[in-house]
Design a protein around this ligand. Structure first.
Ligand SMILES: C[S@@+](CC[C@H](N)C(=O)[O-])C[C@H]1O[C@@H](n2cnc3c(N)ncnc32)[C@H](O)[C@@H]1O
Length: 176
């Protein structure tokens, strides 16, 4: 494939990726509350789908001692900035980020999943989460719920709401 063809192939690929939600970072106190609610420990592998500037991933490994953190971020500029931050902080062995659509994420290693998307985006990824996440995986969603799933806990921080779901208990009702 020639260089030009390869570039247009990449452009086409990028156009097909779907930006589900604009970049709005979670306040740092919400980030901490989410990781606290998920009871993150050094045994955990924390995934943030739509990881923005990587604050969730960095807090997961630095403050909560998570074994590993994995992020997916569709915006190239945010991804590139985050790669630099991870290198600067010396966290390259514990944080891995992909400049990819979160719908293509490989979730096989996740024990905790953090999200700050929208109700519509949550609906879209719900079948993927149900199919791919291991039993016992905790999902923490900032602000947005999953229709038909029962949260195990709900926390409030000023006007922010955080929902904790546990696979597969959260969808026990919809499986009946
Ligand atoms: C509301 S921000 C949340 C950022 C971060 N998780 C936080 O809590 O601070 C949503 C992020 O998802 C990213 N995003 C949107 N659609 C995406 C997709 N299809 N795949 C991967 N990332 C996506 C946006 O670029 C943005 O950085």
């Amino acid at each position: 494939m020639s260089g030009d063809k390869f570039i247009s192939f990449l452009d086409e690929l990028r156009e097909n990726m779907e930006i589900m939600v604009p970049y709005v970072p979670s306040p740092l106190e919400v980030v901490e509350k989410m990781l606290e609610l998920a009871c993150v420990t050094p045994r955990d592998v924390v995934y943030d789908l739509g990881c923005g500037d990587g604050r969730m991933l960095i807090a997961a490994v630095k403050k909560f001692g998570a074994r590993k953190a994995v992020g997916y971020e569709i915006r190239r500029d945010l991804y590139e900035e985050l790669v630099k931050t991870i290198e600067r902080e010396g966290l390259s062995k514990r944080i891995i980020v992909y400049n990819e659509d979160l719908l293509n994420a490989n979730l096989s290693e996740a024990t905790v999943l953090t999200l700050f998307l929208t109700t519509t985006a949550n609906e879209k990824i719900k079948p993927k989460l149900e199919a791919e996440l291991k039993p016992g995986t905790r999902i923490v969603s900032h602000e947005f719920t999953f229709k038909g799933w029962a949260p195990q806990k709900v926390a409030e921080l000023s006007w922010h709401k955080i929902y904790l779901y546990v696979i597969p208990d959260c969808n026990a009702h919809s499986r009946k």
